[in-house]
Design a protein. Structure first.
Lengths: 333, 133
């Protein structure tokens, strides 16, 4: 069976899945809108955790939470299921396809055959939609891909039951109930308020304070860890910021796009102005990435410590700008 | 970022014929999307990460040849895993997996345990036990 599902490429997998599922159900919502209402924008440094042998920073909210927030704020209901047993997981998926219901799936990236080899890491918070099954082959709409693709039963089981941090456990989700009309206005305001609260949180590793914390660490790394490890760490930060799914500039551009759309919808000129400002902040993040790449271009070469200081200063400048920005944004709505 | 500034650098995406979506502003200041083939700063970062992985793999290979660790460690590195990931794939506690890295302990593992590891790495028990990698 094959469901008539419209695939649209997105920057980020989770927003893309939500936007595509909503469109399928007759509510056209853009990717930035999902991201903004779901308060996807964030900055966190996660202490004590290492991925690929380097510290972890995240530019967005925890996997899965964007959809949950989006759903409660616009008033749709979602059903989520996780499984212990691969067979039940498969049966439940087939049942849904039988009922002509495309479902969202959380999967691990490592065993996805259509991903370029270099991108196959043990990252378990990727999302896709399954929209049909033909001769034992699942039809897949992966939002980061330009076109639809497919996976065999075995391949799909492998990615659904990937292990490690955020193990998907066969996680499937789909909307079950919709309001008569989507009321975006209130949801937008809630979403923006939440993001402002997160970014200005009085927690040392979250939001603006988290950015400052990372800047401080960058100053320390070359002395404490040696330049080779420091470069590896710096490279990881840039990868988290610019990797597939961020839309560039650590999600800042998607957020700017959201503010522009929200400003028009709420006829709030301040938001339009702030969207421009967010774009500039995104550009600054890109500048930071360029400067950082100058340092880690030569992996083991000893680099002068003041170069690290320089990129740390760039980050601190971004932190200051974002602090002012989110204070203004809070007042603008 | 302006639409015409969306980077179109050479990257690892090319081999898979893969383009990623970026958000950018057009001439009228309106947000729109544009496909990108890649961007050097992140390609460098990714290549460095891969290089670092390869170094870990060859270092581990050498340790196996010197009989300092069991081949388990090598296969773990080869599959881009670390200890917590491997432990959760085989369903064995981390401290026990770590212990299995010791050649003397690895030698005495029963077939049931070996099979668990072999399944995760998608090889046979015989291949898993070989130290002449």
């Amino acid at each position: 069976m094959e469901i008539d599902f419209k695939h649209k490429q997105a920057a980020h997998c989770e927003n893309g899945v939500v936007a595509n599922l909503m469109t399928y159900n007759g509510f056209t919502v853009s990717e930035p809108m999902v991201f903004g209402i779901g308060s996807g924008l964030l900055f966190t440094y996660i202490p004590f955790l290492k991925v690929n042998h380097a510290p972890v920073v995240s530019y967005r909210a925890m996997p899965g939470i964007i959809f949950t927030r989006f759903a409660t704020r616009v008033g749709i209901k979602i059903k989520r299921e996780k499984f212990r047993n691969a067979q039940t997981a498969k049966d439940r998926l087939d049942e849904n396809l039988q009922r002509n219901n495309p479902v969202g799936l959380q999967v691990g990236v490592y065993n996805l055959p259509y991903f370029p080899d270099e991108y196959r890491f043990h990252f378990n918070a990727h999302n896709m939609v399954v929209y049909g099954k033909r001769d034992g082959i699942y039809l897949i709409s992966d939002p980061v891909m330009e076109t639809v693709t497919s996976l065999t039963e075995k391949e799909l089981e492998k990615v659904r039951f990937a292990k490690g941090a955020f193990a998907p456990k066969g996680h499937i989700y789909y909307p079950t109930a919709f309001p008569e009309q989507l009321q975006l206005e209130k949801a937008i305001i809630k979403g923006i308020k939440h993001t402002c609260r997160d970014m200005l949180a009085p927690v040392p590793v979250v939001g603006v304070k988290g950015i400052r914390k990372i800047a401080k660490l960058i100053r320390k790394w070359p002395k404490a860890k040696g330049t080779k490890i420091a470069n590896h760490y710096l490279g990881q930060i840039v990868r988290m910021q610019e990797e597939i799914g961020t839309g560039g500039g650590g999600f800042r551009y998607i957020y700017a796009a959201f503010l522009q759309e929200a400003g028009k919808l709420l006829t709030n000129n301040q938001l339009l102005e702030l969207s421009k400002e967010m774009t500039l902040i995104g550009d600054q993040w890109r500048d930071f990435a360029v400067e950082a790449s100058r340092i880690y271009k030569n992996r083991s070469n000893s680099v002068a410590v003041d170069q690290y200081d320089h990129v740390a200063t760039l980050l601190e400048d971004i932190a200051n700008k974002e602090e002012v920005f989110f204070k203004k944004l809070k007042k603008a709505i | 970022m302006k639409k015409n500034e969306v980077p179109q650098d050479k990257s690892n995406l090319e081999s898979a014929n893969f383009k990623e979506l970026c958000y950018a502003v057009d001439e009228n200041g309106e947000y729109t999307t544009e496909l990108s083939t890649g961007w050097s700063p992140k390609t460098i970062a990714l290549n460095n990460a891969i290089e670092a992985l390869n170094e870990r793999i060859s270092a581990s290979k050498q340790r196996v040849k010197d009989h300092k660790v069991s081949p388990l460690e090598y296969y773990m590195e080869l599959h881009k895993m670390d200890l917590p990931i491997l432990a959760s794939y085989v369903g064995i506690w981390k401290w026990r997996v770590k212990r299995h890295f010791r050649p003397a302990v690895f030698k005495n593992l029963n077939n049931k345990t070996l099979q668990k590891y072999a399944d995760v790495f998608d090889i046979t028990i015989e291949e898993l036990q070989r130290t002449d990698l």
